[in-house]
Design a protein. Structure first.
Length: 253
């Protein structure tokens, strides 16, 4: 489900749950938190890379676990801790997006310091289309993105390409699919040239400028998100998605 390797100062955490499109299941979230904690403790690790196997980077929360669950039991309850760990990590975190990223998966990459995407990668804030709200991920997405671009894409839930993602500030580098590994290697080389303490202090400086008070923001955002996941509308949207049909609120055409 999650492969971990450490080589030459780089800890690579590879999402490897192809069967459910690398969804953020309960198990995946727990493994990610544990792996991140280990990488942050390891003094030999200078940089953390978040990569994936399979066609999809991350499809977001595991909707199979959200079906029928009350607000207090929704998996999204644990998500803020994972995002905060990445956002405030003293070591740079690089996301490698080789394929589609959706909903919580977009939040996962947005929490990282540098995002390298393949030109074929696509993105979507799909929450509204299943009757829920991109509340928790907004804490890390909005500091990154051009406001009017985020506004439109969060409201429409439409799929957008890597060119739109980089222009909107969500992604840092877009390269041809075959050049992703080389582009990531170049970023790792550049990061390794920085002093560890200087990098950590610089990241604290940058996060402070971007609005780093996630601890203050998350309780209200979490209440909003979990409430919608458990609501009648959210449960209908989740059921429609899993049953591959239109939700009740979609006009018949």
């Amino acid at each position: 489900m999650l492969d971990i390797s450490v080589q030459e100062g780089v800890a690579t955490l590879t999402l490897d749950s192809v069967a459910n499109r690398n969804a953020l299941s309960r198990d995946m979230r727990a493994r990610l938190r544990k792996a991140l904690a280990g990488a942050l403790r390891d003094e030999a690790v200078r940089v953390i890379v978040l990569d994936h196997t399979g066609r999809v980077f991350c499809s977001g929360m595991d909707l199979a676990e959200a079906s029928g669950a009350a607000a207090g039991d929704q998996g999204v309850q644990e998500f803020p801790d994972l995002l905060q760990t990445i956002w405030h990590a003293p070591k740079p975190v690089v996301a490698v997006v080789r394929g589609p990223a959706r909903a919580g998966g977009v939040g996962l990459l947005a929490a990282c310091d540098i995002v390298v995407a393949a030109s074929s990668a696509t993105f979507a804030f799909a929450e509204v289309r299943i009757g829920v709200v991109p509340a928790v991920i907004s804490a890390v997405v909005l500091p990154r993105m051009v406001p009017n671009v985020a506004h439109r894409l969060m409201l429409t839930g439409e799929v957008f390409d890597a060119t739109t993602a980089v222009a909107g500030g969500l992604v840092d580098l877009v390269v041809p699919d075959g050049d992703v590994d080389a582009a990531v290697a170049a970023q790792l080389l550049a990061l390794s040239a920085g002093g560890p303490a200087a990098l950590a202090a610089t990241k604290r400086l940058l996060r402070a400028r971007a609005g780093s008070s996630l601890v203050d923001e998350f309780p209200a955002l979490l209440e909003l998100s979990a409430g919608f996941f458990a609501s009648d509308e959210g449960q209908e949207g989740i059921a429609a998605f899993r049953e591959k049909r239109q939700a009740r609120w979609v006009p018949a055409r």
